[in-house]
Design a protein around this ligand. Structure first.
Ligand code: SPV
Ligand code: MG
Length: 250
């Protein structure tokens, strides 16, 4: 049986990192839209865009329309305000959560601007990241669903999966539920089957392809510098010329 991924995640962490920039909304939407156009030219897989905070409320509706025109399937926006940092820094960096009222307004603004019923606006809850507690995470989930969110992403930076498991257990008791999304960057021992039995609908592997290719690129560069030629690095770390020129068919 052919196994394949169901879609593509346009990660703010990896798109910023490959541009040599920190993951703090410095790489703006205009730049990301250009990346998206390149991706959409060569795939028909559904694309979920990491929308960070979603930006200014007054701009959000325009962003939704642009994403719909481009052919994107969903955006995930996180309930932070101001200068956002990558969630995996947690409370080591100064970052703040948006109020439930303001974030709900942003979801509503997005839904009102959307013209495609299939396009999803997913609310990402940062309560566990920012140590605001399980009750806060659950209250926010309910509020964002009532504001019209088409999905909920719950995030955690703990390696131990107990807080994610506890969230899912409580979430399953909600009378009004929408698809549930997780990004197991840290709590990575849970299998897809286990996630499914926990009620999770989408699992996003957020950064693994860059995290695995970068160490190899670094070793290659270092070995070229050390050897003062490229034979050693080619033999040790590189795919063949034949394979790279045939990787993308004409
Ligand atoms: C990203 O990939 O940019 C994310 C997921 O937002 S994480 O880095 O795990 O916070
Ligand atoms: Mg991100």
């Amino acid at each position: 049986k052919l196994k394949q991924f169901d879609g593509i995640w346009l990660s703010s962490l990896t798109v910023s990192t490959i541009m040599g920039k920190p993951d703090n909304e410095l790489v703006d939407f205009t730049t990301r839209f250009r990346v998206l156009e390149e991706i959409i030219e060569v795939t028909t897989k559904p694309i979920i865009v990491d929308g960070d905070t979603g930006g200014e409320l007054a701009h959000f509706g325009y962003r939704i329309k642009t994403l719909e025109r481009l052919g994107v399937s969903a955006i995930i926006i996180e309930d932070k305000r101001g200068y956002k940092r990558n969630s995996l820094f947690g409370t080591d960096m100064d970052q703040h959560q948006e109020s439930i009222e303001n974030f709900s307004l942003k979801i509503k603004e997005g839904k009102n601007s959307s013209i495609n019923d299939d396009f999803m606006i997913i609310g990402r809850i940062e309560s566990l990241i920012l140590k605001k507690g399980m009750d806060d995470a659950l209250t926010r989930s309910e509020a964002y669903i009532n504001a019209g969110a088409d999905g909920i992403m719950i995030h955690s930076k703990e390696y131990d999966a107990s807080e994610i498991k506890s969230f899912c257990k409580n979430y399953n008791n909600f009378s009004k539920k929408v698809p549930l999304i997780v990004v197991p960057s840290t709590f990575n021992s849970i299998t897809e089957n286990e996630f499914e039995s926990m009620g999770v609908n989408i699992v996003i592997y957020g950064n693994h392809l860059l995290r695995s290719s970068y160490p190899n690129m670094l070793k290659t560069a270092e070995l070229i510098l050390k050897s003062e030629r490229c034979k050693e690095a080619s033999d040790k770390y590189c795919m063949s010329i034949k394979d790279i020129i045939n990787l993308i068919p004409e």
